[in-house]
Design a protein around this ligand. Structure first.
Ligand SMILES: [Zn+2]
Length: 251
């Protein structure tokens, strides 16, 4: 367009320009769009609005938990936790952190502290079951017990505390149901049900929490499944789906 040689060329170039306009406009629009989206993308990277789930691989370090020559509970729980974190990374709106991401011993107090420091929305503690002979099989999901609730006091703070606690207990049951629906797809008819039980970890928290005993190391069929990478990945996937359904079902 610098030095048009004739009208014809001028005209062609004008047409080219006109034809180019939508593209240029497109580019400008795209650039503006990208610029507009930048803060969102940057914020999205930190995912401040994402639901944060703390996955707690039980045991660790010199505390192996249940173990045999084929399985160490501390290793399986860590492996599953890492897989759950990986699966969650593929999702939007869900962020997973682990109480431990290496083979180290952690006290219950340290795990409880992690709930506070991460400001997690909920926690799932992963375990492997053992015992009751070789026949016992399937996963179990424990949520904290309601019966431990003590209301009262002269000022309102214990009542408010109880209300918060009751909400998290109700949400723990919802979470348990969603995780159960997820796990049923991987380990059908293997659920030994939802169980209310006292747990030093769950009882100390003011957020919804579960203990999931993913299967029995003492049952040959469970052991075979749990040590298989395919089932492990499917379990991780099921847990993440359960978490997503839980968060979307919240009132
Ligand atoms: Zn355990």
């Amino acid at each position: 367009m610098n030095q048009p040689a004739n009208d014809m060329k001028d005209g062609m170039e004008a047409m080219a320009f006109m034809n180019g306009r939508p593209t240029k406009f497109g580019l400008i629009a795209l650039t503006m769009f990208v610029f507009c989206m930048l803060p969102l993308t940057a914020a999205g990277a930190q995912r401040p609005a994402a639901h944060l789930v703390l996955i707690d691989p039980a045991h660790g370090g010199e505390d192996s938990g249940v173990f045999s020559d084929k399985l160490h509970e501390k290793d399986l729980t860590l492996n599953l936790a890492i897989l759950i974190r990986q699966e969650a990374q593929k999702m939007t709106g869900l962020q997973v952190q682990l109480t431990r991401s290496s083979d180290r011993r952690m006290t219950i107090a340290e795990r409880i502290k992690a709930v506070g420091t991460t400001k997690a929305d909920c926690l799932i503690s992963l375990h492997v079951n053992a015992g009751f002979g070789k026949k016992a099989t399937g996963y179990e999901i424990y949520f904290p017990g309601f019966q431990q609730e003590v209301s009262g006091g002269k000022d309102s703070s214990p009542i408010i505390k109880d209300m918060t606690r009751n909400k998290s207990l109700n949400d723990s049951v919802r979470l348990a149901q969603q995780i159960q629906s997820g796990l049923e797809t991987v380990l059908p008819r293997k659920g030994r049900g939802l169980r209310e039980a006292p747990s030093p970890l769950l009882d100390a928290m003011n957020i919804p929490g579960l203990v999931v005993e993913i299967g029995f190391a003492t049952n040959p069929d469970d052991l075979k499944k749990l040590t298989g990478p395919k089932t492990q990945k499917a379990i991780a996937n099921a847990v993440v789906k359960g978490l997503q359904n839980y968060f979307s079902s919240l009132p």
